[in-house]
Design a protein around this ligand. Structure first.
Ligand SMILES: [Zn+2]
Length: 97
């Protein structure tokens, strides 16, 4: 029984670390792998959380798409010609070489 408990804790910890890297629920995978260690293989098979990845891509995209209004400092789209916050015209950005 002691051995089983130890295995559960070790596998549970390993699973929680892996779950964190995969962008999954750390507590959930710790508990599941603690109760039933072979579930660790399921986590390995599942790999990275696909639902999490588009989110990070969206964030990167948002960073690329948005800029600050030079007048009111609110976040606006780079393509915007008029600020939706203060209503002023946005000068076209100089081209970076
Ligand atoms: Zn503005």
């Amino acid at each position: 029984m002691h051995f089983y408990l130890l295995t559960g804790i070790v596998v549970g910890f390993a699973a929680s670390i892996l779950a964190g890297r995969y962008g999954r629920n750390v507590n959930f995978w710790f508990v599941v792998c603690f109760i039933f260690p072979p579930t660790f293989l399921v986590l390995l098979a599942l790999g990275e959380n696909q639902e999490c990845m588009p989110d990070m891509q969206n964030q990167a995209q948002a960073m690329n798409e948005y800029t600050e209004c030079p007048y009111c400092a609110e976040r606006i789209k780079k393509k915007a010609k008029v600020c939706k916050h203060c209503g002023r015209d946005i000068p076209p950005k100089e081209i970076n070489i």
